[in-house]
Design a binder for this molecule. Structure first.
Ligand code: ATP
Length: 707
């Protein structure tokens, strides 16, 4: 048997622990009014997951706990445990026996156990739903609810059918999916609203970030250009400075050498100067003496002229001799005049010699002018002497002059050498000065570059080495570009780190929201698909079974009413109440009941008698379980309104269906009791607690036993 046993303790009127052996196909629970029979069906419904205290005939959850009587104290907690045989694997768990236990304490704490492991109530409801069991629907039909199928709304009827067809699991899944869908849609709406909210600020921040990024690009370009523009120059200047320094050292060395040479040349000049011959004084005295000789010579010549004049007179006296003498005197005059004009002493000498010869000839004519001839001879001698003296003087003068010329030449050479050295030194000094000037210019340029860079907030040492050199023709354009970049940077301003951080955070938040939206949209789509699939499965299973249920219903109607007919139809009804809630109300499929009773024209279900209502409901119940037999059914006094004949029919039907379904029936009806395999009698003890008597029905007879 599927249901093995039920254990109750402190549950409602069952103060003490009782165990109800359920190992029979049909179990009837009998006993006087108020003895506690329905409390057993309440316990079963409770274990199956009922949440609503009203459905357990309690005002509050604590009312499930034995309240105590005058003679018996109240219980602290209520507990009910149902044991299932799972050897067929009805429940998808690895246990041959499954026990589900529910407990409630006075403080309102409820606990649920599956095979003694605590689980959530929701888990147990799902667990049963997966196996097509549940607290609602027709698995347990409560007392006074035998006409429940008739009384229920079309939508509730559909739910009952679905539960018995095992579609509750799909419904639960669908409800869960709808709940998640609603949740996702709400979240999507919130995320979309949040995105809309941050959008304007985000686009402002993005613009700022773009500006700042642009600034970085410009700064990078500027730095690169500065590196090339200034770095190239600095590199060139430094290279030139090194070259200059090398050259300067070489030139300074050269200057030292030249100075040394100059000093040597000066020394040489001084030495030569010191060796200057003292010839000038001597020459001067020679000159004086020469002048004296010349003066004497002049006197002699004048004397000679006087003598000649004497001779001319003698000639006039002496006739031809005189003429001849006159000629000789003219000749002598001419010679003297020439000698006087002559610069060259040797020529003077020669003339004087000719003159002397002339005087000698004149001598021969002394008889003509004897005195004059003597005088003339004496003068001639003196002149000869003079000439000798003169020749000596000239010789002396000559020796002095050649010494001076030699000295002068040496002096000139030494002087020129010194001058040459001085010019060379000067040339090197000028070159050194030019180098120093060039160096200064280069250093000035370096200072300029340093200043320009420091104005731009950079140091010369920051320039990247080897950034390349700019060709001369590109320099001007580069300079203009550097200025343009700097202006652009100034107009963008400094990067505000706060804005950057905020932009980063807002961007991350935006990204998160976008991805959340995408996830939500995906999950919404998935959930919609799932809901559609579940709807499809429910619809498919429901439609397939519904036709058979309808046929079975008609059949059972005919059995229960000895004729007539009954049909179930699907109609679109208002969701919820079935009343008209306006055009907005969703219309959902519900089950309408259409009956035809023999010899009666009643169509309206409300117009049926209590018993008729129960019969129609029982016909519907059996139609359902014939299409999808549940493992067990709990029927609490569904026979209450039936007459003997119909109660017997019910008993027969139960017997027939007991092959597939285990029945627990609370009844007062003998005919139904007779259908049972075992009877449990419930009585109330004098202390006010329920107790149970087992009354096994067997061919051997009845053996009552108190439990
Ligand atoms: P009937 O044949 O009239 O339908 P029944 O046998 O089904 O009667 P129940 O309705 O199961 O009777 O039991 C009702 C009894 O249980 C009442 O006497 C009620 O006082 C008792 N009862 C219900 N809850 C509690 C409780 N918490 N503590 C003690 N007794 C309780």
């Amino acid at each position: 048997m599927f249901l093995k046993r039920l254990e109750l303790q402190g549950f409602k009127s069952f103060a003490d622990k009782i165990t109800l052996d359920l190992d029979s196909n049909i179990i009837a629970v009998v006993g006087p009014n108020g003895s506690g029979k329905s409390n057993i069906t309440d316990a079963l419904r409770w274990i199956l997951g009922e949440r609503d205290a009203k459905n357990l005939r309690s005002g509050r959850a604590e009312d499930l706990i034995f309240a105590g009587t005058q003679n018996k104290p109240r219980a602290g907690l209520a507990q009910a445990t149902l044991f299932f045989d799972n050897s067929t694997g009805f429940f998808p768990v690895d246990f041959n026996e499954v026990s589900v236990s529910r407990r409630i304490s006075r403080d309102g704490t409820t606990q649920v156990f599956l095979n003694k492991s605590e689980v959530r109530l929701k888990d147990i409801i799902d667990f049963f739903a997966k196996s097509r069991l549940g607290a609602r629907g027709l698995t347990t039909v409560n007392q006074g609810e035998s006409d429940i199928f008739i009384r229920s709304l079309p939508l509730e009827r559909r739910v009952m059918i679905e539960e018995i067809l095992g579609l509750k699991e799909f419904r639960l899944k669908k409800a869960e999916a709808e709940r998640r869908l609603k949740n996702s849609e709400d979240n999507l709406e919130k995320a979309a609203a949040l995105i809309e909210e941050i959008k304007p600020h985000l686009s402002f921040l993005r613009r700022q970030v773009t500006r700042y990024r642009n600034r970085e690009t410009i700064l990078q370009s500027l730095t690169e250009l500065e590196d090339r523009f200034y770095g190239g120059q600095v590199w060139n200047i430094n290279r030139e400075l090194v070259e200059l320094e090398k050259e300067r050292q070489a030139v300074e060395k050269e200057i030292l050498v030249k100075k040394e040479e100059e000093r040597a040349a000066e020394k040489e000049l001084a030495r030569i100067k010191d060796s200057e011959p003292a010839a000038n004084e001597a020459l001067k005295s020679i000159k004086l003496r020469k002048d004296e000789l010349l003066a004497k010579k002049g006197e002699l010549q004048r004397e000679l002229g006087r003598i000649e004049a004497k001779l001319e007179i003698g000639t006039r006296q002496g006739g031809a001799d005189v003429v001849k003498l006159k000629k000789m005197v003219d000749e002598a005059k001419r010679l003297v005049a020439e000698a006087l004009r002559e610069e060259d002493f040797s020529e003077v000498r020669r003339k004087l010699e000719s003159l002397a010869a002339l005087f000698t000839e004149t001598e021969e004519r002394r008889e003509v002018i004897p005195d004059a001839g003597e005088e003339r001879r004496l003068i001639a001698e003196k002149i000869t002497e003079l000439e000798k003296g003169m020749a000596e003087l000239e010789k002396e003068e000559e020796s002095f002059s050649s010494g001076i010329r030699e000295f002068n030449e040496k002096f000139r050479q030494a002087f020129l050498a010194l001058e040459g050295k001085k010019r060379e030194t000067e040339a090197f000094i000028q070159r050194l000065n030019r180098l120093l000037l060039d160096k200064e210019k280069l250093e000035f340029r370096l200072q300029e570059i340093t200043r320009e860079l420091s104005e731009a907030g950079r140091g010369i040492g920051e320039l990247k080495e080897g950034a390349g050199n700019l060709p001369e023709e590109e320099r001007e354009a580069a300079k203009r570009q550097i200025l343009r970049y700097r202006q652009e940077l100034a107009s963008i301003g400094d990067i505000d780190q706060g804005t950057m951080k905020e932009a980063e955070e807002t961007e991350a938040r935006h990204e998160f929201l976008v991805s959340q939206i995408s996830d939500l949209e995906k999950s919404i789509a998935d959930l919609r698909t799932l809901i559609k699939e579940l709807d499809g499965q429910i619809h498919e299973n429901f439609s397939a079974a519904f036709k058979s249920i309808d046929e079975e219903f008609d059949k059972f109607m005919k059995i229960m009413f000895d004729g007539g007919s009954g049909h179930l139809t699907m109609e679109k009804v208002e969701a919820g109440s079935g009343e008209n809630n306006g055009p907005e109300t969703e219309r959902v499929p519900g089950v309408e009941v259409d009956i035809n009773l023999p010899k009666k024209r009643i169509k309206n279900l409300e117009a049926l008698s209590g018993g008729e209502k129960s019969l129609v409901s029982i016909a519907a119940l059996f139609a359902l379980i014939s299409v999808s037999p549940p493992p067990f059914l709990v029927l609490d006094e569904i026979d209450a309104t039936l007459d003997e004949r119909n109660a017997r029919r019910l008993g027969e039907m139960v017997k027939k269906f007991a092959r597939k379904t285990q029945f627990i029936i609370v009844t007062h009806n003998r005919a139904v009791m007779e259908a049972a395999d075992i009877l449990y009698g419930v009585t109330m003890t004098p202390e006010g607690a329920s107790r149970i008597l087992s009354l096994k029905l067997s061919p051997e007879g009845q053996t009552p036993a108190e439990l």
